[in-house]
Design a protein around this ligand. Structure first.
Ligand code: NAD
Length: 260
């Protein structure tokens, strides 16, 4: 179906990115999944998601720490599907250390993957979106785009930077029917987070409910994790016609974290 919209989601073989790709496929978009790996299971994953929703899918390997690879991802997707209608910048990594001990290679990798990759994919996608006369860019920032925590200097810097990039791009494209927004999730229950719960239970001698409530979600007033489905639902809304006048926004999905 040539009328289908095409969506790229970076870093989408797991967690939030996969949830977003699933939601966009369910809304009828062709989807491009991406990560730095290139395995049979990566390709099987996109086939599974696409087949279940009756859309087209492609897996495109690209390391988001590499500027040229970020731009090539967009070009390959445009070649495969004719254009790029939706770009979701989701790839991200974390490292925790005091700022004076923060490893330089970790700082550089976090800035590259969590911030600069979005600059490169956006720059590559804009000509396609302008030609098509419409476009949607969604950047997955974080509550840490709006608030800081100790020992996360690179992550907090990168996510604050994502919000600056989001606002600037929104202004540049305001008359082009292309919107650019950021989503700022609080603590999301991904497989990675789920896997931390048993260890936290042991360390704190607490049951699951108490460790989630008192330790993991200490700053999230709802005391509930955000789900990947909730993030996916917001991305689909931002990509809909009803969201045409929402641009340059930083939308918290954080159970009240940043209301504090
Ligand atoms: P995750 O580790 O499950 O997923 C990260 C994805 O990025 C994976 O698919 C991984 O393969 C990919 N990735 C990592 N390095 C890459 C690289 N160099 N090139 C290409 N892809 C790469 O993590 P997640 O929790 O789903 O996080 C997704 C995004 O959401 C990140 O930007 C993260 O900062 C943000 N976020 C997560 C939470 C949370 O609580 N989980 C909260 C706020 C924001």
């Amino acid at each position: 179906n040539p009328a289908r919209r095409t969506a790229i989601v970076t870093g989408s073989t797991s967690g939030i990115g996969l949830g977003i790709a699933e939601a966009l496929a369910a809304s009828g978009c062709n989807i491009v999944l991406n990560s730095f790996s290139d395995t049979d299971s990566d390709h099987a994953l996109v086939r599974d998601v696409a087949d279940r929703h009756g859309v087209e899918g492609a897996y495109i390997q690209a390391d988001m720490s590499d500027a040229a690879a970020c731009r090539a991802l967009v070009e390959q997707a445009a070649q495969r599907f004719g254009t790029v209608d939706i770009l979701v910048n989701n790839a991200g990594i974390q490292h925790v250390a005091p700022v004076e001990e923060f490893p330089i290679d970790k700082w550089n990798a976090i800035i590259a993957i969590n911030l600069s990759s979005s600059f490169h994919t956006i720059a590559a996608a804009i000509p396609h979106m302008k030609r098509a006369g419409h476009g949607r860019i969604v950047n997955i920032a974080s509550a840490h785009g709006l608030r800081a925590s100790p020992f996360k200097s690179a992550y907090v810097s990168a996510k604050h930077g994502v919000l600056g990039l989001t606002k600037t791009v929104a202004l540049e494209l305001a008359e082009e029917k292309i919107t650019c927004n950021a989503i700022c999730p609080g603590y999301v229950l991904t497989p990675l987070v789920e896997a931390q719960i048993p260890d936290q239970m042991k360390v704190h001698h607490m049951d699951r409910e108490t460790v989630v409530r008192e330790v993991m979600l200490a700053r999230q007033p709802s005391r509930e994790f955000v789900t990947v489905e909730e993030i996916g639902g917001l991305v689909v809304f931002l990509c809909s016609d009803h969201a045409a006048q929402i641009t340059g926004a930083a939308l918290p999905v954080d159970g009240g974290w940043t209301a504090q």
